[in-house]
Design a protein around this ligand. Structure first.
Ligand code: C5P
Length: 222
């Protein structure tokens, strides 16, 4: 018999921006042979689509309306919006800032809820974001809250951008990360928070492999 949606196990990995959630979640999913949901990519796509349509990024009614009609596909490593590969564009700092603004809108969060829950398919799902454990998959078998100091996160982003050949300023990155943290933590709709039942991992001084190993070990103990 097929597993009903809610019987499919979920590992939820939440935390602030640039904490390494995406890398860790994708590696855990690959190790287990599970599906992976990068929920931040959905908010980034909405931010991008709203900007492209010239909408005010605080206009909840209009942005939730377009969110319900967006044609989004994840195809291996590609992210398609209306058939166009937007993978590169959504990774930029501007899309991140736009995502954080549209992520504060309750209607947009609601519009994305069913879409995110639809990624829960056998044999399992690893989902990363801000509210995976608190709102989207409250019955997750394992909830992780992954943090790192703001300085360490800015430095990781800096190294990524330099490796890609993009110029970057440490001071601007640190300021951007702090602003995004502030907005994500203080918003009324699904603020970034550590669930009481989440295990906190501070990755400031940990290599990514060690974080992945720790998550897998916590999962095997469940
Ligand atoms: O994780 P990532 O940095 O790609 O997310 C971009 C922004 O999207 C975050 O700063 C946050 O405001 C928003 N977001 C959210 N809820 C999620 C994932 C992302 O509000 N589950």
């Amino acid at each position: 018999m097929a597993m009903a949606g809610t019987q499919v196990p979920v590992i939820a990995i939440d935390g602030p921006s640039a904490s390494g959630k995406g890398t860790v979640a994708a590696a855990v999913a690959q190790h287990l042979g599970w599906h992976y949901l990068d929920s931040g990519a959905l908010y980034r796509i909405v931010g991008l689509a709203a900007g492209d349509r010239g909408l005010d990024l605080d206009n909840d009614a209009e942005i939730s309306r377009i969110t319900l009609n967006l044609n989004i596909k994840f195809d291996d490593d590609r992210v398609l919006l209306d058939g166009l590969d937007v993978g590169q564009r959504i990774r930029g700092e501007a899309a991140g800032a736009a995502a954080s603004r549209v992520g504060a809108l309750p209607g947009v969060r609601h519009a994305l809820l069913a879409l995110q829950q639809g990624f829960r398919r056998p044999p399992g799902l690893v989902a990363d974001g801000r509210d995976m454990g608190s709102v989207v998959f409250p019955d997750a078998v394992l909830k992780i809250y992954l943090t790192a100091s703001a300085e360490e996160r800015a430095e990781r982003r800096y190294k990524q951008l330099i490796a890609k050949g993009t110029g970057a300023s440490m001071a601007a990155l640190l300021r951007g990360i702090r602003e995004r943290d502030f907005r994500d933590i203080h918003r009324a709709a699904a603020p970034l928070l550590k669930c009481p039942d989440a295990v906190e991992i501070d990755s400031t001084a940990m290599p990514v492999e060690a974080v992945v190993a720790r998550v897998l070990q916590l999962f095997q103990r469940r």
